[in-house]
Design a protein around this ligand. Sequence first.
Ligand code: ZN
Length: 497
Amino acid sequence: MSEPTGHVNSEDGDAVVHVIDALVAYARERLLLDARDHDWMRNRLLELFDADESLRAQAVALAGQGGEAIVDGALASDEVMGTLSAAPSRIQDEYDDVRATAGNMEAMRWLYDYCVANGSVKLAQLRRNVRFDSAGLVVTVNTAKPEFTDMRKAARGNSVDGSFAQCTICHENEGLAARGKRTLRTVEVELSGSPWFWQFSPYGYFRQHGICVNREHTPMRVDESTFGNLLDFVIQFPDYFLGCNAALPRIGGSVLAHDHYQGGGEIMPMQRAAAWKTFTSPEVDDAVLDIIDWPASALRVRSRRRDSIMRVCERIREAWVAYDDPAIGVAAHGPDSSAQSSLAPIARYVSAVGEPPAYEMSLILRNNAVSDQYPLGVFHAHPEYFFLKQEPIGLIEAMGLFVLPGRLVNQLGALEDALVSGKDLPADLAGFELMWRAARDGLERSGADAHDRNAVRAAVREELGGICRRILGNIAVFPTHEGLERFVEGLGFVVQE
Ligand SMILES: [Zn+2]
């Protein structure tokens, strides 16, 4: 075999060839590389390693290792994995084949495995995330995702000049080098007869987390058609839930300019929460409504019929977006008469043993009013909790899965260290004073050894979950279940006997 280029020594050349062969073998096995494309792919990689000094250096460093280590190293390179990945059309064809033979959910699982194998889902990074249950919630510390504090910048989606994509979730991102999306692969989904597409999130907050995106770059909205779209999705993909953020700034999704939904294969804490009270529905006798026993203001419509759920949800939505209640600070419109109320609907297919299958739509009522006291939002995390969470509380968190910024790994570690060693709160963690005191008091009350690492960690985590729960209380538009009950009774819902 001849040396790939003239300007490197033959030892390095051999190393690069060894790495290329390992990667091509991997692509043959896992990434749908056709045997007929074997030589062509080797040459494409050769060109890539030749053109990029740092890639070449990495290859040389990895060459002494086995195939697995080489692939692990390559997974970090969007360029290498993007080159090895099959074209979107090939992915779609394979996905369609799996659908036809094994069903929709099996096809999704196949796609997920592919996206892990080609590095677009960063599974190794995700496994490093801290995740624990506390106070009836799931708390994760996501070390993979950057923290946004400037929401306007986040909402604009960091547009890249000169690309075809108008925002970060447009279909035109598939393969876009400037955003590190050479490995991104999507599949077509049809909702209410319109073209949408599905992609898995690189930073997945939970099992098989993905987004379903309108093929058209059109603004977020929540109306009757949204309910229909969400139900259409869960009818096709019964193991996934799908939800839509409230289409308003501060309280909902970070990308408002492009209609999209979030979903995946996990049941969220709110979906597991019991009903506080159940109501029968006026005019729609095959649907019931629950007030969910949940710190945010949340309802759940259940029925076996798609149309019944849509009717009940639309009735509630219409009433909610027009609802004014000065006593609790809810105003349907802001001073500039812009709409301030919306809701986040989340659809799920429910199949319990011994019961006929049904659909449910959870509705989280949201309002984005501001006041002199709360200029960033009355129903937003309040400032005393900003040390933990300053970003808007979107639907995933409103459902009880908190995604806290990666900086907390070190901060909580330092907090634990100080507690274990009996030192004072470190000066750079002054913002954590509230939590610090509560964790220390909790340790004292429990009688646990205050210098035991496990006991300290348990106390810190319990307090963390407690704060997340209080943040959900901040976003509750009705401070009590009774207040929400008066609202639904005003719409004609009657407590079920
Ligand atoms: Zn877009």
